[in-house]
Design a protein around this ligand. Structure first.
Ligand code: G1P
Length: 271
């Protein structure tokens, strides 16, 4: 099973730094944020992570490439802990496809169609990190309990924020699982069918990938993943796992990125 990480965006909210440093390479404590996402995908049972990259952001690929010279230099200096870290990053099973036009999240995901083939796949959006690495695992359990159905993570959000997210309609089947009936991308408050927002972690059936080739541009004139997921509901079941806000840390704005750095630094070093 593959884990897809869309990473071709411009990182506009972090300009000017993202003029030459991809947003995905900004640090969280001592490693680039995309490393957390890659490791979460692998910890969740993916055998390979596919980064949907832009050709302008090869520095991401440099990071995940082996550097035997640096490793041996560090070992010669007795800096084995650093050498181990560098070696580990170079050995992670990461591959790349390219999104050459900014046509939306759905288009980005579809760029990896040849990688996923006829298997279910994970999608992990890079704007949030899940240090527990257990969310996709729980989603897989829900999927397994429902004949391999697609499962998405959703977070209850205040009503005035629904227009920033994909929003689901459906009904509860247990305390923390809903059966999804429809999805709408970035609805106006008055049109939102619930306050359960698509959070950025998806376990999707291969049929969603097929349908991405057919969906028309939606909200914002972009090809939306949400629209392909809504379309698949005519043919397949889908479930939503309701998560807690404190399971994920946002990296989408300068403020939230700084706050996430502070929290994870304290957790790691107890300072
Ligand atoms: C994307 C998805 C949206 C989801 C959100 C989560 O939107 O299209 O459904 O709720 O991520 O962060 P974006 O934030 O890329 O506009």
């Amino acid at each position: 099973m593959k884990a897809l990480i869309p990473a071709a965006g411009l990182g506009t909210r972090f300009l000017p730094v993202t003029k030459s440093v991809p947003k995905e390479m900004l640090p969280v404590v001592d490693r680039p944020q995309i490393q957390y996402i890659v490791e979460e995908g692998l910890a969740s049972g993916a055998d390979e992570v596919v980064i949907i990259n832009s050709r302008e952001k090869k520095i991401i690929e440099d990071y995940f490439t082996e550097n035997a010279h640096l490793v041996s230099h560090l070992r010669a200096k007795g800096k084995d802990a650093y050498a181990d870290e560098v070696q580990h990053v170079g050995e992670l099973p990461v591959s790349y496809v390219y999104q050459d036009e900014p046509l939306g999240l759905g288009h980005a995901v579809h760029c990896a169609a040849e990688k996923t083939g006829d298997e279910p796949f994970f999608v992990l959006l890079g704007d949030v990190i899940v240090p527990g690495n257990d969310m996709l695992v729980r989603m897989k359990e829900v999927s397994d309990a429902h004949n391999g159905a697609s499962v998405i993570a959703v977070l209850p959000v205040p009503e005035d924020q629904v227009s920033r997210f994909g929003i689901i309609a459906g009904e509860a089947v247990s305390d923390d699982v809903w059966k999804v009936e429809s999805l709408v991308e970035k609805p106006a408050v008055e049109d939102a069918p619930s306050n359960l927002a698509v959070f950025g972690r998806y376990l999707l059936s291969p049929r969603v990938m097929d349908l991405l080739a057919e969906v028309k541009p939606g909200a914002g004139g972009e090809i939306q993943l949400t629209d392909a997921m809504d379309a698949v509901l005519k043919e397949e079941e889908m479930y939503a796992l309701i998560i807690d806000g404190d399971e994920g840390f946002d990296l989408g704005t300068v403020d939230s990125w700084l706050e996430t750095n502070n929290i994870l630094y304290q957790r790691r070093f107890g300072k």
